[in-house]
Design a protein around this ligand. Structure first.
Ligand SMILES: [Fe+2]
Ligand SMILES: [Fe+2]
Length: 281
């Protein structure tokens, strides 16, 4: 029997941005029709949850409105960004508490036939919080007790943009030190794939340095080519993962009807003006 996970990402929901809510409504209508077994949101659920709790509450209500079983891990617009990248909204204890108040735990695991599905909060990996260490301990334990199940990892930031050995510290991937810790924990376990969001680009990369990586497109908007390089494709939609009890896995891009392909570079009222080819999403 196959288990279908709809991986949705980067919905950037806010009462202040009805155009993104409209995209979510089209997606929700589609999901209610196809009824996946689980909807898994890989972050940036909200547009400005790193600033105030209001958008997190709004986003939570939208997710509940799906009427489907769902889980979510936070993105940088939900709990703040990697502290060492600087910026005015680092992931910290107060932001994490707001997420947990509205969405519950920021990491989790779910067992389904043949698989252990693990959601990770990649934004706190470099925050130096007690919760940062607790999450690494959680992952170690979740891997050690998988008992023959294959591992499917879902997280906001991709493990790497190009190579797992990258040393660049940029806005886009998990930072090198945290990546190294995660890879050390994953080594020797049957990790089928790592699925992420944040790039607002779709790319089933296949095996990348021995680890399958899948990037989900956004629901709310793309970052146009003027402002962001193109590594994968820039549709709007979601990724359907089919997880078979015997360990088989397929995934595909799904583009529901009705989503408007907004370009955040042309919407300075949302996150401010975008300079050509700066790193911001
Ligand atoms: Fe995003
Ligand atoms: Fe993001």
């Amino acid at each position: 029997m196959a288990f279908r996970v709809a991986q949705i990402s980067d919905t950037h929901l806010s009462a202040a941005h009805p155009e993104f809510t409209a995209n979510f409504a089209h997606l929700a209508e589609h999901l209610r029709a196809v009824r996946p077994d689980l909807v898994l949101h890989t972050g940036d659920v909200s547009a400005h949850g790193e600033l105030a709790i209001d958008d997190l509450r709004f986003a939570r209500a939208q997710m509940d409105g799906l009427g489907l079983d769902w889980l979510a891990v936070p993105g940088n617009h939900d709990v703040g960004n990697d502290t060492v990248l600087g910026g005015a909204t680092p992931a910290d204890a107060a932001r994490l508490a707001r997420w947990r108040e509205t969405f519950g735990m920021d990491w989790h695991r779910r067992d389904i036939p043949g698989w252990r599905v693990i959601g990770l909060d990649t934004l706190i990996t470099t925050a130096g919080l007690p919760e940062s260490e607790a999450q690494f301990a959680f992952l170690e334990e979740a891997l050690a007790t998988a008992d023959g199940r294959r591992i499917a990892l879902f997280q906001h930031k991709p493990l790497c943009r190009d190579r797992l050995s990258d040393t660049e510290m940029t806005y886009w991937p998990v930072l090198p030190a945290a990546r190294r810790r995660l890879l050390d924990l994953l080594a020797g376990h049957d990790v089928a794939f790592v699925a992420s969001g944040h790039l607002h680009q779709w790319w089933d990369r296949g095996l990348c340095d021995g680890l399958r990586q899948i990037w989900a497109p956004a629901v709310a908007f793309v970052v146009g080519d003027t402002w962001q390089e193109r590594w994968g494709g820039k549709p709007l939609g979601y990724v359907e993962h089919v997880l078979h009890a015997d360990g088989g896995h397929e995934c595909r891009l799904v583009e529901p009807a009705g989503l408007d392909r907004h370009d955040i570079g042309l919407m300075p009222a949302v996150y401010g003006p975008h300079a050509p080819l700066t790193e911001h999403a």
